[in-house]
Design a protein. Structure first.
Length: 289
């Protein structure tokens, strides 16, 4: 389904709520990864709102598409979109990283029916997605597999082994999306291990490559539609994004990847940037997500 103007307004608001929910959960947890959660919010919103047909009560559904968050540290955004879609209570978001909570610091397959694989060790989620796609293809099933990768994650050798494998088996039921925010844990990608020319590399591995603005719902929707109609192998969507998207002091700043504690004043500024009123901010920060 291609994004309409009406749908775009709904998706923009839903993504705003995903960003708010992500930051609130990280704040209450006292730790987490805000930058990459904010950059991925629009991609996750589009996937869960328009592309996936997930029935969390039925893990064995024959019509269920698969989604794997290979950049597992961005799980606050995943949990937030699940809450927006009604798979979680919004109040559960403030249990992130708490003992006994299903919302752990990386997704855990046994804790949430919507989670297809435990991820966090970078590169492994991509391999799991390839295995799922290959299994579905061999069984001649119609489900598709979507996997969201971080750009720093592409520095893992396992990614390139998987890229060869997926092309070899012509996995046209596999769509990988790169949250290409140009930053990773310690610095800019280019200062650690340059990725360019990124599109040409994947094309050389016989992938169908699309490049889009990862914050534009029309472009996201169109790219997902093209991935469905491409029948000659796997698709890679390079989604150009902004790390920390929506929060002025986080945007483009590698310091906000993770391993930082959000202070009260940080949250007040962040939530104001995301369009909350002062009354809403104070109510949210006192425990009512």
């Amino acid at each position: 389904m291609l994004c309409s103007a009406i749908n775009q307004d709904l998706l923009i608001e839903r993504a705003r709520q995903v960003r708010i929910g992500s930051l609130l959960s990280i704040y209450f947890a006292g730790s987490g990864h805000p930058g990459g959660s904010l950059s991925a919010a629009d991609l996750l919103t589009a996937l869960w709102s328009e592309e996936l047909n997930v029935f969390p009560e039925d893990r064995e559904s024959t019509s269920r598409h698969k989604f794997i968050l290979s950049k597992g540290h961005a799980c606050p955004a995943l949990y937030a979109i699940l809450a927006e879609m009604g798979y979680l209570q919004k109040t559960a978001l403030k249990t992130l990283r708490k003992l006994g909570s299903p919302l752990q610091g990386h997704p855990h397959v046994l804790d949430l029916p919507c989670v297809e694989a435990s991820t966090g060790s970078l590169g492994q989620g991509f391999s799991v997605a390839i295995g799922m796609a290959l299994g579905l293809k061999k069984q001649q099933k119609a489900e598709r597999v979507y996997v969201l990768l971080g750009d720093g994650e592409l520095q893992e050798g396992e990614i390139w082994e998987g890229a060869m494998c997926a092309a070899q088996f012509q996995l046209d039921n596999l769509c990988a999306i790169v949250d290409y925010n140009k930053l990773q844990s310690d610095d800019f990608n280019e200062r650690i291990m340059g990725l360019e020319p990124l599109g040409a590399k994947w094309e050389a591995f016989n992938w169908h490559v699309l490049e889009i603005d990862g914050h534009n719902f029309f472009e996201i929707s169109e790219a997902l539609a093209k991935s469905r109609s491409h029948g000659l192998g796997p698709t890679l969507i390079i989604a150009h994004t902004l790390k920390g998207k929506g929060v002025s002091f986080m945007e483009g700043n590698p310091a906000w990847h993770g391993s930082v504690k959000l202070q009260l004043e940080d949250m007040e500024t962040s939530l104001d940037d995301l369009g909350m009123t002062n009354e809403e901010i104070q109510r949210s920060l006192h425990g009512n997500v």
